[in-house]
Design a protein. Structure first.
Length: 779
């Protein structure tokens, strides 16, 4: 390629197929997939035999796994494959994962950015059979712009409404020894390569911490964390943007305390506890405070002036951080001395609803320090119990309007609700990139989302349409904060850009538990006997639905009921985390490709094996529309189905365990309760704490156990499952004494075991960029 714009194109090698040998030059004639078949530009379908014989194939990212794209091209004769990013992905490089079929690929493949890919397509159109590409595997740094937060870096807050990330570190286009992305096992650590993500970001932080530990062996881990954070660079760091677009200043939810900078880390002047100010959710009208302990690690006395800083309008237009106040405004510390500083946030004088963020600054004569601060202001009272999100396209695409089925169902159940027509709002606001804000969602006990007959994902038209990526992020955050989502729609997977097996879209796959297998398990026919039945699993163990045509008051529209897999993408039978995804409804269809699953419940459930919780959300996903359910044919009604689904999300079970010892025989009595009327205990399992096998499930919570050696340190536990399928775990200890001691349980809403997520964010610095998180993707 003689065009300068097509020289030195950065690429990322696939993690599957034949590896590219280092320090080699490969040359191939190449052809764009869309020139072979315009309808198959993404390469998800088989190509004509010999379409790429002896050539490299150029294929767009999208719809299916990378492994599928490369295998299809190889089977059509390709010797090499270039996959280019789609428009939404831009010019970011990612490491292509194998997915389900990548292990069958025997040719090499690489990934390039969108701009380069489009230019390569244009080159083939201009030069036809003469188009040729040269691949040089002599290592060079792909390049980046310093101090830019890359687009694929995850943002805060973290699960549980905590300020994350903590810090930023180099993690984009890092060329390093000790990491060969094309090798496996020990060989991966003996080679070198260029990659982006946590694999490159975390070593920068770990190495920096090791240096501080060597210099200050007396410092604790918390001390080291504080030193790294309080001395990080937090000004003149921007979000990555396209050329010509205005720069946007990075904020604490993007970079935490800032970009790692070791210039002053070994001599920070002070250690801060905590090193960041995470106010979490703040109800409007309140004034929470956080006390920070400041300890001098300087060699001499020093006075610090304390103030706040807001950089949201840019780094040349800084101001005080509205709503945040520091007391006292000045502290003087002798070496080793500590002082307490109180930071207060007034939600009435801040920047309004939503995220309020900036920094608290400590300015000394010899040392400077800072802390990121964040609060999310939310409503004092919810506008209603339930938020209805209408995404059926009736306001913009001419599809039928099914809103009345949802509003009338909630009216019949007696629930209050707020109704939002997302498609209508998008049109009224000139089709913005984001309609949903997390702060607007959080007050609601549940969200009911439906897609009707709509099947168009964002990107189908020249303007954004819901759900855009930012809308799905907002729903993710709502779920992460313990929200309940009821999602229903026959082509919902398509609207969420997830109508492909193992699509790996987080909202559809991880939150809702969907993994699309096929469109129209009912073969696009609404028959007079179209039934959906329970798999036998709680909470829908006795549900049978009638979706048939002409028999009842349903919409008669369920032509495209999706079949989904019994488990989400990346989960295997026996995986402990898979336990929390429950296939609830199925169709008995000769056309099913697996088990005919059409509904999935998801909620982390504490068990004796895994009593902690890492996810607080609850969801019920139906691969059909509630509007298609007939109410008057003797089957489960719309009201019964929706109410049971809401109860599944709102149920907060608890169990307490009491124990009375008579010698070595201990009598246990488990007592169950729920915040909802009518919810009962179904089964109990027991762990006696003496190393014996767990017992149960039993229908009774009363049981005796004989101990060979019962001590005051013995802890017994009980796991209960209630009539909605939710679990709780309770414990008791000290029962070998005359007086029993009863301890409360960990319920399904508890945050026990919550992991602190996200340590780093991604920005560029010098020759490398900085990162938080980049999971290898398969599509």
């Amino acid at each position: 390629m003689d065009d300068p714009a097509l020289q030195d194109i950065p690429f990322a090698s696939a993690s599957f197929g034949a590896p590219l040998e280092v320090a080699q030059v490969y040359t191939y004639p190449f052809v764009a997939g869309e020139a072979v078949d315009p309808a198959n530009a993404e390469g998800c379908n088989a190509w004509p035999a010999g379409a790429f014989t002896g050539k490299a194939a150029l294929i767009s990212r999208g719809t299916c796994e990378f492994g599928v794209k490369v295998l299809n091209a190889e089977q059509a004769g390709a010797e090499f494959v270039v996959v280019y990013n789609h428009a939404d992905g831009g010019d970011d490089l990612i490491s292509m994962g194998a997915g389900a079929v990548g292990d069958q690929v025997t040719i090499p493949s690489v990934f390039v950015g969108h701009t380069a890919g489009i230019a390569m397509v244009a080159w083939t159109q201009e030069h036809g059979d003469a188009a040729e590409l040269t691949l040089d595997t002599n290592a060079f740094q792909a390049g980046n712009t310093a101090d830019r937060v890359i687009g694929f870096s995850s943002r805060g807050p973290g699960v549980g409404n905590v300020l994350k990330p903590d810090i930023a570190a180099p993690g984009v286009n890092i060329l390093a020894q000790g990491y060969d992305p094309q090798a496996t096992g020990e060989a991966r650590h003996l080679g070198y390569g260029q990659v982006s993500g946590t694999s490159m970001a975390s070593p920068h932080v770990a190495g920096s911490a090791a240096l501080l530990r060597q210099i200050h062996p007396e410092w604790s881990v918390a001390d080291i964390k504080s030193a790294l954070m309080s001395t990080a660079k937090y000004t003149d760091i921007y979000l990555a943007s396209d050329e010509g677009e205005p720069l946007v200043a990075a904020q604490p939810l993007d970079i935490g305390a800032g970009r790692l900078d070791l210039t002053n880390a070994a001599d920070p002047g002070v250690i801060l506890d905590p090193p960041s100010l995470s106010f979490g959710l703040v109800t409007t009208g309140t004034m929470p405070s956080i006390t920070v302990t400041v300890r001098s690690v300087a060699d001499t006395s020093e006075t610090y002036e304390l103030s706040t800083l807001y950089t949201g309008d840019g780094f040349t237009m800084t101001s005080d951080l509205p709503g945040f106040a520091v007391s006292p405004t000045s502290v003087t510390l002798e070496p080793g001395e500590t002082a307490e500083v109180v930071v207060t946030f007034d939600s009435m004088t801040g920047q309004g609803m939503g995220d309020n963020q900036g920094y608290v600054i400590m300015d000394g004569a010899e040392h400077d320090a800072h802390m990121p601060a964040w609060a999310r202001v939310t409503f004092a009272e919810a506008p209603a119990e339930i938020l209805i999100l209408d995404n059926d396209g009736s306001a913009t695409l001419g599809f039928p309007d099914y809103a009345s089925y949802y509003t009338s169902t909630l009216d019949a159940l007696g629930y209050t609700y707020t109704y939002r027509d997302l498609d209508g709002e998008a049109a009224a606001q000139d089709f913005p990139e984001d309609l949903l804000e997390t702060v607007d969602l959080l007050p609601y006990r549940a969200i009911v989302y439906f897609t009707g007959d709509n099947f168009y994902p964002n990107g189908s038209f020249s303007v954004p349409t819901p759900l855009a990526q930012s809308d799905m992020f907002a729903l993710n955050e709502y779920a992460n904060n313990g929200g309940t989502i009821i999602a229903t729609g026959q082509d919902l997977a398509s609207v969420m850009a997830s109508a492909a097996t193992n699509s790996n879209e987080f909202l559809y796959n991880a939150v809702l538990g969907g993994n699309w297998l096929q469109d129209a398990i009912n073969q696009q026919v609404v028959t007079p006997t179209l039934e959906v039945m329970s798999t036998g699993a709680l909470p829908l163990e006795d549900v049978t639905l009638d979706l048939s045509a002409e028999n009842g008051d349903g919409a008669d529209n369920q032509l495209y009921i999706d079949e989904i897999a019994p488990l989400p993408f990346n989960f295997a039978p026996g995986d402990p985390s898979a336990f929390d995804y429950i296939p609830t409804l199925e169709m008995d269809s000769a056309d099913a490709v697996d088990e005919g699953i059409v509904a999935m419940a998801h909620r982390d459930q504490p068990t004796l094996e895994t009593p902690g919780k890492s996810y607080l959300g609850r969801s019920m996903y139906f691969a059909f529309g509630l509007e298609g359910v007939n109410n008057d044919t003797g089957f489960t009604t719309r009201e019964e189905l929706l109410d049971r689904s809401l109860m599944f999300g709102w149920d907060e079970p608890e169990v307490t365990l009491e124990a009375v010892a008579d010698g070595n025989v201990v009598s246990f009595d488990a007592s169950f309760s729920s915040n909802l009327e009518g919810v009962t205990a179904v089964s109990y399992r027991f762990d006696y704490g003496d190393g014996s096998e767990y017992e149960g499930p039993y229908s009774s919570g009363q049981i005796n156990h004989e101990y060979e050696n019962c001590t005051n340190d013995t802890v017994a536990r009980v796991e209960v499952v209630d009539s909605l399928g939710n679990h709780a775990v309770g414990t008791v200890s000290g029962f070998c004494e005359a007086t029993a001691v009863s301890l409360g349980g960990i319920d399904a809403a508890g945050a026990s075991g919550l992991n602190s997520l996200w340590l780093m964010a991604l920005v560029a610095v010098g020759a490398g960029t900085l990162a938080l998180w980049s999971r290898r993707r398969a599509a």
